[in-house]
Design a protein around this ligand. Sequence first.
Ligand code: FES
Length: 448
Amino acid sequence: MANRRLAPAAEQPESFAFTPDNAEWAQGQIAKYPEGRQASAVIPLLWKAQEQNGGWLPRAAIEAVADQLGMPHIRVLEVATFYTMFALEPVGRYWIQVCGTVPCDSCGSRELKAMLHERLGPPGHVSPDGTFSWLEVECLGACCNAPMAQINHDYFEDLTPESLGRLMDDLAAGRPVKVGSQTGRTSSEPQGAVNTLQDPSLFDGSRIGAWRKRFENGGEGEAANDEAASSEQRAASDPKPARPDAGRAVERPVTDAPAQRVAEGETPVKPEDRADAADGGRSTAQHGEARPTVRAEPSERVAADEPAAAEAGAQSALKRDEPPPQPAASGASEGEIAAEAEESRIEAKLAELPKDASPEQKADAVGTRPTGLDAARAGQPDALTRIKGIGPGNERRLHALGIYHFDQIAAWTRDEIAWVGTYLAFPGRIDREDWVGQARALTKSLSR
Ligand code: FES
């Protein structure tokens, strides 16, 4: 990064004033800001002063702008000396600003600077014919096409010392030049072959289709409204970081922690956990995952041929040269993973149906309709809106299916969850919001 100093006194003009046209333009800029905030126009005015003065800012121009905006001179000097877009010394007809920040540096900007140094002399030095001067600047925001340089108002990218040299020859000779990439790529497209984002499912809507379709489908507006209402409700009651939360330490409530079970009047340890404990932790969990044996003492571990310092449960049977297993998903809870799997399964089934299939036809294709009641028991339906995710609209639609009570929802099977979720046009959401779990808890609280 070059020093940011004003030009020597010998090069400074005595005074500066905007031309009538530029003065009128400056007034237009100042008028954009409310009374008392005229200082906000400092950058455009300095820019116009630089343009009027042949591409660089003399002290007199900086002070004239400060006076016009009612700012102390030092404040405007601070601005002018901070931004490299303001040249503080005379520049050549073509002012080359070479980016020297890390991406450009890694891709060869040092070679560009060496070439410029050799051809033009040190930064800030104007070539004897007045055609060129150059400066190293910080990132100009074209890092994808590094290394790059700005020449007057244009960007030239993917440069090499040779291509920059040819550009300078053409500019000096008045020949047309091509702005942008000098290797022929368009904008910031990948160099060579396209190797990323090639999975068609990223673009055909199948990953986000269920959600998008619900909002696009006007006939299902009620469900969408309910969804929006319930999202607001959830955001207000249980704020959480936006997904994905990979990489952050995230605390999630343990839904069946011993303390919670005690608070709910249950035994603190589940019977199956007791069984696990009784056989030394070697039993298989309900879902089929083997639990590792936990040996507390290092000597015990060494005796069992395990590394002494291994974390409980973290030791695997991998050989030393095998890569460690990667987490299956980043930041997604079990409910979210189940919901996504459910969405994918249902999406595939629905894709086989005609486009004008009714909600019932769609639901029948993926699941089983739960048995409904003709009317609420004793004419008193439960307040289904107490389940987070069920708004008044969905409550009405559940009533239309004969679902009036928490215990009905609490008893839904997987097939019934799929049927209702698809019928209400939000497959996966019932799992994601754990309607069944909520309904079980509410049923229990009502029976006390
Ligand atoms: S690092 Fe050079 S343009 Fe960003």
